[in-house]
Write a protein that binds this ligand. Sequence first.
Ligand code: GLU
Length: 429
Amino acid sequence: MPEQTAHSLPSYLNPDELGPWGDYLEQVDRVTPYLGKLSKWVETLKRPKRILVVDVPVELDDGTIAHFEGYRVQHNMARGPGKGGVRYHQDVTLSEVMALSAWMSVKTAAVNVPFGGAKGGIRIDPRQHSQRELERITRRYISEIGLVIGPMDDIPAPDVNTNAQTMAWMMDTYSMNVGVTSPGVVTGKPISIGGSLGRVQATGRGVFVVASEAMRDAGIAINGARVAVQGFGNVGGTAARLFHEHGAKVVAIYDHTGAVYHENGLDIPALSEHARETGGVAGFADADTVTPDEFWALETEILIPAALEGQITAKNAPSVRARIIVEGANGPTSPQADDILASNGVTVVPDVLANAGGVTVSYFEWVQNSASFYWTEGEINERLEAIMRDAYASISATAAEHKVTMRTATFITACSRILEAHEIRGLYP
Ligand code: GLU
């Protein structure tokens, strides 16, 4: 029998093109020494449980036929059904969806909600398609992955470039296919079909809550603090708004159209209006323009990457002058950048903790769907904030105990929970 090494890779991956999955594997390697006897099971974290790649053929509005590549990866389900969003982006790859699914396993375990980790994606630029085309693409994709999803199996949600409308099409398609209205098959739905109050803002709200905790630990007041945000969508936009409302100076926003800056703080409501009208922050009158390199090097108290993965790397990490990075995006910081930031005294509150507010309220939505009993927005926000604060407190205690970064501490907490579930369940057969 060939020997299994700690670094053995599945044959479907090219070792030279590991992409985000390579970053994830390195994060797991860093945590392994802290897992004690559970490290016996660690290889299970390095292999997704199940990968489904589907062809998504669709008739475009002009009558031609196009084919898109779709994925659903179920990374780990030891602690409960798969959970994780579906992203529409022209650069989606299998390695990326694998990493995102694994980060979902870590995230759900970090905040201790009873789900595993999964993720989906379609390799498509949604900006090139009409709503009618996106509806047909979504419906065909959900029918194709219908083999593996379900309210007790694996529950999709919004991610980059998908939203409540996308979830409504998904819920309807799945329900039509099984013949029963099944609100619990996806989360992030519109309120009228079983969505949860507070879900849209939940990820940004969670980012704000853990950022506030990290600032308190560092002795930084929110009022007057300088904040820079990459991404002005659901996550970055909500986090920027909450910081603005609490008296912080959101000095810079960088989105796909460019980066704008104002040293006294941007007028966030006016900038949101401008972005809604023009499609992005570029061209906002009451601000200066900065280059991406200048954006990353801004002197701030808080830097929030809330766009895509792979943004802070060994190249730009040395120039970062923020005191605390709070990761709204999944996977924005490479392991090499983590080392540079740690040695420069920059605290990183990692994605798998900082952006877990979204999946936490997804969990509340799923619970409400199962019970057909709905909570108030006040109850939801209160429970969300309590979960985020408790997770932050116990993970920062773990970081202090082992003298490790918050990322490694989050992985210690989460991987221990996942592997404990594996151990107690035992290996089948
Ligand atoms: N896409 C979000 C994330 O990356 C939410 C996932 C969910 O609610 O299932 O955490």
